[in-house]
Design a protein around this ligand. Structure first.
Ligand SMILES: *[C@@H]1O[C@H](CO)[C@@H](O)[C@H](O)[C@H]1NC(C)=O
Ligand SMILES: *[C@@H]1O[C@H](CO)[C@@H](O)[C@H](O)[C@H]1NC(C)=O
Ligand SMILES: *[C@@H]1O[C@H](CO)[C@@H](O)[C@H](O)[C@H]1NC(C)=O
Ligand SMILES: *[C@@H]1O[C@H](CO)[C@@H](O)[C@H](O)[C@H]1NC(C)=O
Ligand SMILES: *[C@@H]1O[C@H](CO)[C@@H](O)[C@H](O)[C@H]1NC(C)=O
Ligand SMILES: *[C@@H]1O[C@H](CO)[C@@H](O)[C@H](O)[C@H]1NC(C)=O
Ligand SMILES: *[C@@H]1O[C@H](CO)[C@@H](O)[C@H](O)[C@H]1NC(C)=O
Ligand SMILES: [Zn+2]
Length: 924
């Protein structure tokens, strides 16, 4: 799956998981996954080296959570290992018209052939929200033996709602090694829930169109038909879709005459079927693989699918070459859906997308939109092998699946668009956000024990930015350490060995280890330190003595770590480094501290973590910081581009953690007037924005307004200039944006604003404008036929500073005819992230959360509360309200936010004088 493309990490997981408002959301700020109790249970705590008090507590919780022996099989969330599915015959008939009860339904029947592996009197098969047509005997299912086997009689059947099973109890046990056939007939609803077999709606030429489509990952295939819904229960599927003439039916495999071919052996979560009125374009005939892009007719006819079609062939070729394995299927369909919860989903052979991640219009979409498209498609196609051909045994290893696809999506995208330096963007999109989330006490280890992840909610909670981004960063580090050819050699062996099967992550390490390696420890020993404990180190290099030390890096030094680690928060750290411009190769830091005399330099600068190949931050003695700053000012090109970005990001983070002074951090931006590269600039802009958010309600803010950052930024590039300039109230910038917008209002069919500037211009024009600007924006939003344009307007509408307009907009989010459910969370978070909208959005969330559709813990963590003393009492009050409503894990989220606010307030109090002084001196 790919996250939906939205600015904040926090926001991303939310649209994805789609938990209803006010169900205890397992998130917390910065995207942490579980409540503290779940954490203990959840992640590998120790291979039990030391018995600390904390571990004793952990065991206590473990034993409480342990399964009591008398638990019945249907009370457990995991399937017993008694039955193994071979193939299914599934027929589904979705109705695209409302029935007499006002519902959209589907009907179907399904048979599954399974082998008995272990004697049992019970058949447990997943089923959720399906209504069954009972047999004449009053049972939910019929059982027959295959190949001459006699099936035992059914004693009774029932639905176990909590654990989502259909349970069939037999009069006698099934025989080991025999095959049986279980047949059911059922009916379900095509809801607008964005999960299982669901419906999406849109209007074309004033006519409402309905699409029946699916989103199975992680545990919703069971809403479409009864199935053994775990990734290791691979089987072959014979699909039949009934649909009226004029509509088109798609599934994972090609359709011949009226029948789909049988699928390859595959997991249930990768199934997809779609009945729609969509149109398609196809690539010129290629050897064996049919490539098509599907979307609304208008979108296809206006060429919005052309870009995706252009790059899909290139990407498939790249991955066939990279994995040294041909594409496993005969077709590749990709479909853009008007309603879709995640960013995209890698269903095997039938990948589904949000419109914004598949469709592209050169007239309207920005460069950033185009980047999103190529990166997301690359991510999904990477899964066709890694994830689909070879699949994790259980969801606890989903970090390997998603981290890997995230990593290689940049390699693929860079092949498709070789001139964009896409690999460098990984620093901004993936590595820096991962470092940020993983430096908070509430982070968690990448890898969890299989036993710790059982319920659908626990599974969904794993789809977070640690899984995707830290997973990717750590795999990239492994590849950098080994060199790409060695890494890929192990990878290819892994795919060959386990094709059509299931694995645990150590299977990949095993195949890599088998390639001849020259490392200080085994892959397992090295990687365990990065995957089994949360966080990462800050490496400090003292060039006066050559001493190198490592220490867990925490943004807030007062964080109380609740969790011990059997590796005691130490890592095997690969350090590629450079001395005064000369590459010094790789050094391994294997202990808490070490001395490496060649790092003792008298007057040469040392730069560590070349190419950001490692997942850590670097600090130096103050002389070396000064030498680096002076190198940046005299000739910044002696330092590689992404390291320039990282020096800035490390320095600002170290100053937030009170490890170095804010003056050093601010000084890393002094050379920027000479910087012409995007990545270092963007890194600086993000960090300065954070500063300005924190200082928003202090007198220092005024100093920032006249500071020359903005003026420099102006010179640098239009987007940053307009965005920073308007943010700090530069008058010319405001005038410019309103002028462009007003011209568009005068002539709505002629929008002359450059695509790359639209998001910024719309937002500022609406924020300084009044009713007319907002109304116009809303009208254009509803009229937009291009998803990328709609998304920009949608964000901009929440930029208004008029309380009545904002209130109206917030109310629209409760009505799916006004705002699609897939977008509600995005709007809420966007509204709550501005100073003006914050309080109002908050009050709205508080007042309406009980019938909204967004996850609420999630919105709390995506709002920028920062250092505002005014918000603090509100948060406290809010906390008390939800505590009395019994929403415990949300309380935990709010507590985290309160902690953060306090830490931020403290930081501002301690640093504002220093910052003010620096700004005043620098502006003089
Ligand atoms: C069969 O059941 C026994 C007893 O519960 C268990 O030890 C064994 O692992 C099971 N075998 C399989 C293949 O699940
Ligand atoms: C399942 O469908 C396949 C393909 O249509 C057919 O050959 C097979 O007989 C069916 N199996 C059963 C048990 O109905
Ligand atoms: C797709 O490729 C064709 C042929 O190379 C090119 O003319 C066209 O501009 C491309 N379309 C897009 C949207 O990139
Ligand atoms: C560092 O490198 C620069 C450029 O190669 C060189 O001019 C300078 O002398 C070097 N400094 C030292 C101290 O070696
Ligand atoms: C440092 O690490 C090496 C290799 O793991 C080990 O042999 C050595 O004893 C360690 N030294 C200290 C001081 O811990
Ligand atoms: C902005 O617009 C106002 C009012 O139209 C005008 O007075 C002012 O001079 C303009 N400022 C700039 C920098 O163009
Ligand atoms: C709405 O969109 C249609 C088709 O894109 C366009 O012809 C029409 O001018 C738009 N309406 C307005 C008010 O801009
Ligand atoms: Zn994915």
């Amino acid at each position: 799956m790919a996250f939906s493309a939205s600015p904040q990490n926090c926001l991303q997981a939310m649209t994805q998981v789609n938990i209803r408002c006010c169900t205890p959301a397992p998130w917390s700020c910065g995207d942490e996954v579980m409540s503290p109790t779940d954490m203990w249970k959840g992640c590998i705590i120790a291979t039990v080296a030391a018995v600390t008090a904390a571990i004793i507590i952990a065991f206590f919780i473990f034993s409480k959570a342990a399964v009591p022996p008398e638990m019945k099989p249907w009370e457990k969330y995991r399937l017993p290992a008694t039955l193994s599915p071979q193939y299914y015959n599934v027929t589904l008939w979705p109705r695209l018209e409302m029935d007499t009860n006002g519902l959209y339904i589907f009907t179907g029947h399904s048979g599954v052939a399974f082998v008995c592996m272990n004697k049992t009197r019970w058949i447990l098969i997943h089923s959720n929200k399906l209504n069954y047509i009972l047999t004449p005997d009053g049972h939910h299912a019929m059982l027959t033996g295959m190949a001459g086997t006699k099936a035992p009689a059914i004693k009774k059947t029932w639905l176990q709602v909590e654990t989502q099973y259909l349970v069939v109890e037999l009069s006698e046990k099934l025989q080991v090694g025999k095959t049986y056939w279980l047949f059911t007939e059922f009916q379900g609803e095509l809801t607008d829930s964005l999960g299982g077999f669901y419906r999406s709606e849109y209007y074309e030429d004033g006519v409402k169109r309905v699409v029946a489509t699916t989103q199975m990952q992680p545990t919703d295939a069971r809403k479409a038909f009864p199935c053994f819904d775990e990734p290791a229960m691979k089987a072959v599927f014979h699909m039949t879709l009934i649909h009226v003439p004029g509509t088109k039916a798609l599934a994972n495999i090609p359709c011949h005459d009226t029948k789909f071919e049988p699928t390859k052996k595959m997991s249930t979560y990768l199934l997809a079927f779609i009945v729609s009125d969509f149109d398609f374009i196809r690539a010129p005939q290629r050897e064996k693989v049919l490539i098509r892009i599907w979307a609304r007719r208008k979108a296809i006819n206006s060429g919005q699918g052309d870009y995706s079609l252009n790059i899909t062939g290139l990407l498939l070729d790249f991955f066939q070459y990279y994995y040294n394995t041909s594409y496993p299927l005969h077709k590749s369909d990709q479909v853009a859906l008007p309603d879709f919860s995640a960013g995209a989903m890698e269903n095997w052979g039938l990948v589904t997308y949000r419109e914004t991640t598949l469709l592209y219009d050169p007239e309207v979409s920005s460069n950033e939109d185009k980047e999103d498209v190529v990166i997301v498609i690359s991510h999904e196609l990477a899964h066709m092998w890694f994830g689909n051909l070879v699949t994790m045994k259980w969801w606890n290893d989903v970090w390997l699946n998603e981290g890997f696809a995230t990593y290689v999506s940049y390699l693929g995208a860079s092949e498709a668009e070789p001139t964009w330096s896409i690999k460098d963007l990984m620093v901004l999109d993936v590595i820096q956000p991962a470092l940020l989330v993983d430096s908070q006490g509430s982070s968690h280890p990448l890898s969890c024990l299989e036993d710790a992840i059982n319920t659908p909610k626990e599974i969904s909670a794993l789809f977070n930015s640690i899984t995707y981004k830290k997973g990717a960063a750590v795999l990239r580090m492994l590849s950098e350490v080994l060199s790409e050819p060695v890494f890929v050699k192990g990878l290819i062996a892994y795919l060959n060995q386990f094709a059509y099967g299931n694995t645990v992550y150590t299977d990949l390490w095993g195949q890599i280890q088998a390639v001849k390696l020259n490392l200080p420890a085994t892959i397992n020993e090295i990687m365990n330190r990065w995957t089994l404990q949360m966080g990462f180190p800050v490496v400090t290099i003292d060039t006066q003595t050559g001493r190198i030390t490592q220490k867990l890096f925490l943004l807030d030094p007062d964080t109380q770590l609740g969790r011990p680690s059997s590796y005691e928060y130490e890592w095997f750290v690969p350090i590629k480094w450079m001395k005064n411009g000369t590459n010094m190769g790789q050094y391994w830091l294997l202990n808490e501290t070490d001395t490496h005399l060649s790092m003792k330099t008298n007057n040469k600068w040392v730069l560590a973590n070349l190419n950001i190949s490692g997942f850590y931050r670097v600090n130096y003695d103050s002389q070396n910081w000064q030498r680096l700053l002076s190198q940046l000012t005299t000739d910044h090109t002696a330092i590689p581009i992404i390291n320039r970005a990282q020096i800035i990001d490390d320095a600002f983070s170290l100053s937030r953690a009170k490890i170095i002074s804010t003056t050093v951090a601010l000084s890393t931006t002094k050379y920027l007037s000479k910087e012409t590269e995007y990545v270092p600039w963007e890194s600086a802009v993000r960090n300065l924005n954070h500063f300005s958010d924190m200082l928003e309600q202090t007198e220092v803010y005024d100093a920032m307004q006249v500071n020359k950052f903005q003026i420099k930024a102006y010179l640098y590039n239009q987007i940053n200039a307009i965005s920073l300039g308007c943010k700090t109230g530069v008058e010319g910038c405001m005038n410019l944006t309103s002028m462009w917008y007003n011209k568009w209002m005068e002539n709505p069919s002629k929008n002359l604003i450059h695509p790359n500037l639209k998001a910024t211009v719309y937002c500022y024009a609406i924020s300084i404008g009044g009713d007319a600007e907002w109304e116009f924006g809303w009208k254009m939003y509803k009229n937009a036929t291009i998803a990328a344009e709609a998304k920009k307007l949608m964000s901009a509408l929440s930029c208004t500073r008029k309380p009545l307009l904002l209130q109206r907009y917030l109310k629209y989010t409760l009505d799916p005819n006004m705002i699609r459910k897939q977008d509600v969370a995005f709007i809420m978070a966007h509204a709550a992230s501005s100073v003006v909208g914050r309080t109002q959005a908050w009050n709205f969330i508080r007042a309406n959360c009980y019938d909204g559709f967004y996850s609420f813990g999630y919105i709390i963590c995506s709002t920028k509360i920062n250092a505002s003393p005014r918000i603090h009492p509100q948060l406290q009050q809010f906390r008390d309200e939800i505590a009395s409503a019994g929403l415990e894990s949300t309380v935990w989220t709010v507590d985290q936010q309160i902690e953060r606010t306090k830490a931020n307030m403290k930081w501002v109090a301690e640093n504002k004088e220093q910052i003010k002084k620096w700004l005043t001196e620098e502006s003089a």
